[in-house]
Design a protein around this ligand. Structure first.
Ligand code: FES
Ligand code: MG
Length: 599
């Protein structure tokens, strides 16, 4: 370790040992003594490390962090630091209504205030469930004090009737079986419970495993930290190592801006393709980058990510689950295979252990080539996202790696036009409208239809809900139709394998073209050209736009809480990360400002 600062440079000294203002030092000190901390722990020059605690009874995915934090504390103390645990606003993907993503920016805001306004020299970010990872990385990006992320780890593999039952994925499948009458509701509940056999987060390559892998890919976790299942002993051990490391990072003055560079984001985009990462990843990484001042948009995702092969054989795109991913080598093995194939753009990117990504991973290889493939024998050749645009929206993401052979045969088999399809639009305004109408024969939904979901974006829902992946009508499922093309201004669960076109921006509720679409219109999607259009004459579209304005604009449900109202006023577009507009002006604030004394 190269020490770059001395104890007099510690931020916490301005609270607990400020020679210019001893009266305030006494006031700051006394209340932190009242539960048993000593003056030695607060005043002798030990770095004070926050542990941003996202685990609670309300947040089962991250609840195991309460246990792991004991090992983090041991590590911090062993390295000569003092720990202060910080409560973080809960974000439970499966529990919060109307959608957990409404709370990502709220948790971000409150953690920024906490990290900035209290005597903290560094922070351990307890990441895990979907939005907890971006919320905490966004806050660390804005405040820019030394920070290391610690994943809580996935659940053990789920099993149902001798087959792997993966979080979310098995539920989307069982939902179709229920609609077809193949299972009853009790069996549906049993299948769902079987997929959640232990503490930890989703064991599929959903948004959680994606974002935890990308936190490691960005260099913000210790190497090998992302994939260890929550109950494994290695999870406790790496928690201890993470606690030790953050203390050294404070002395080295290693900050989020030193790690999460443009190069690190390009690495992360490539690694996201190789793992078959969630379509939520561009939203969250674009948001983190914005708070750092690193330029990043959906064109970067297509440019750097589209041609990268899929290496990880995990549900929903493949077969395996979290334990298999760990046993095959996790993120370091994926990165090692990419380096061996010459596909990692920036092996020199620095990570939180002080070494480069290349030094950490170049000798690592897959330990099970059925789970983590090599670049010469991948699952799929091009696993990244396409960034589509047209008169329906300016930007929307499609994960091409989950296009099934059956889908390709139905929609992409015209030899003269192999990348394009046309269909009749069926438009739903929110999931309630969908559930109400999908099975109604009067809608005349056939295999030539494209299902649209609107009113599901950041302002419209509010919060941008995961409601775009829609099942076909039950009468089509019974005929063997597994999926119809789905397009929308909301998101899709990372555990869903639907080949949907998602995150359409701007959304219908924010002036997007989707608001002008009507059921019965013909739409044309060309994956080769990257376009998505409604084939409606311009005059007609202008007339519809006038009508929409005359009717007071696209109809949205009322805000039900003060935060929903504030969120709607301030939130930006999904393709730009759904951040709070204006928040990205505040950068590197811990080095720029010291907050005023409070008395
Ligand atoms: Fe929390 Fe999937 S629901 S990680
Ligand atoms: Mg979800």
């Amino acid at each position: 370790m190269t020490k770059r600062i001395t104890k007099d440079d510690l931020r916490s000294r301005k609270w607990f040992m400020n020679p210019d203002n001893l009266e305030m030092t006494a006031l700051y000190l006394e209340r932190y003594l009242n539960y048993g901390l000593t003056r030695e722990e607060l005043q002798s020059g030990k770095p004070i490390i926050g542990i941003a605690q996202t685990g609670s009874d309300l947040s089962p995915c991250n609840r195991h962090h309460i246990e792991l934090t004991k090992r983090v504390r041991d590590g911090i103390i062993a390295a000569g630091g003092t720990c202060i645990e910080i409560p973080v606003h809960p974000i439970q993907e499966t529990g919060k209504r109307p959608t957990a993503s409404l709370d990502r920016n709220l948790a971000y805001l409150s953690l920024v205030e906490t990290l900035f306004g209290y005597p903290l020299d560094g922070v351990v970010l307890n990441i895990g469930c979907d939005k907890t990872t971006p919320a905490l990385l966004m806050a660390a990006a804005t405040v820019n004090i030394p920070a290391v992320a610690l994943s809580v780890g996935p659940m053990l593999n789920g099993w149902w009737k001798g087959e792997r039952a993966g979080s979310g994925t098995v539920i989307w499948k069982a939902r179709e079986q229920l609609a077809a009458g193949d299972i009853d509701t009790d069996e549906f509940m049993e299948i769902a419970a079987a997929s959640a056999p232990s503490v930890g987060y989703c064991n599929t390559m959903g948004t959680a495993t994606t974002m935890n892998s990308l936190a490691e890919a960005l260099g913000m976790q210790l190497p090998g930290s992302a994939a260890i299942p929550a109950p494994y002993r290695e999870r406790g051990q790496i928690s201890y190592e993470t606690g030790k490391r953050i203390v050294d990072m404070v002395w080295e003055d290693m900050r989020p801006t030193d790690v999460m560079t443009r190069e690190a984001f390009e690495n992360a985009i490539v690694i996201n393709s190789a793992i078959g990462g969630s379509t939520n990843a561009p939203i969250h990484l674009n948001a983190i980058a914005r708070h750092l001042g690193v330029p990043l948009d959906n064109d970067d995702w297509q440019k750097h990510g589209h041609d990268i092969p899929l290496l990880v054989n995990m549900q929903p795109a493949g077969k395996y689950l979290g334990e298999d991913y760990q046993q095959a080598g996790g993120v370091p093995a994926v990165v090692g295979e990419l380096i061996a194939g010459g596909l990692l753009p920036h092996p020199d990117a620095v990570t939180v252990n002080g070494q480069t990504m290349g030094a950490n991973c170049e000798t690592r290889r897959s330990k099970n080539q059925d789970v983590i493939k090599t670049t010469s024998d991948p699952m799929k050749e091009q696993a990244g996202f396409l960034n589509l645009s047209g008169n329906l929206f300016e930007s929307a993401i499609m994960k091409t790696s989950v296009i099934s052979p059956a889908f390709r045969k139905t929609y992409l088999s015209n030899p003269d036009d192999p990348d394009a399809f046309e269909g009749r639009a069926v438009v739903f305004d929110g999931p309630e409208d969908f559930h109400h109408r999908i099975d109604d024969p009067a809608e005349k939904i056939t295999e030539n239809c494209v299902l649209f979901m609107r009113g599901a974006g950041p302002k419209g829902y509010p919060g941008a809900a995961e409601v775009v992946n829609m099942r076909p009508p039950s009468y089509l499922i019974k005929q063997g139709v597994e999926a119809l093309p789905c397009i929308g201004d909301g998101r899709q669960s990372g555990t869903s394998g639907s080949p949907s076109i998602l995150n359409a921006s701007p959304e219908a509720a924010d002036g997007g073209g989707l608001a002008l679409l009507r059921t019965g219109d013909t739409v044309r999607i060309d994956l080769g050209k990257g376009t998505a259009d409604m084939l409606v004459p311009l005059e007609e579209l202008n007339e519809r736009a006038r009508e929409l304005v005359a009717n007071g604009g696209y109809d949205m449900p009322v805000s039900q809480t003060p935060w929903q109202e504030l969120f709607r006023e301030k939130v930006g577009r999904l393709d730009q990360g759904m951040t709070l507009q204006g928040a990205d002006q505040y950068k590197d604030i811990a080095r720029t400002f010291m907050p005023r004394d409070n008395h």
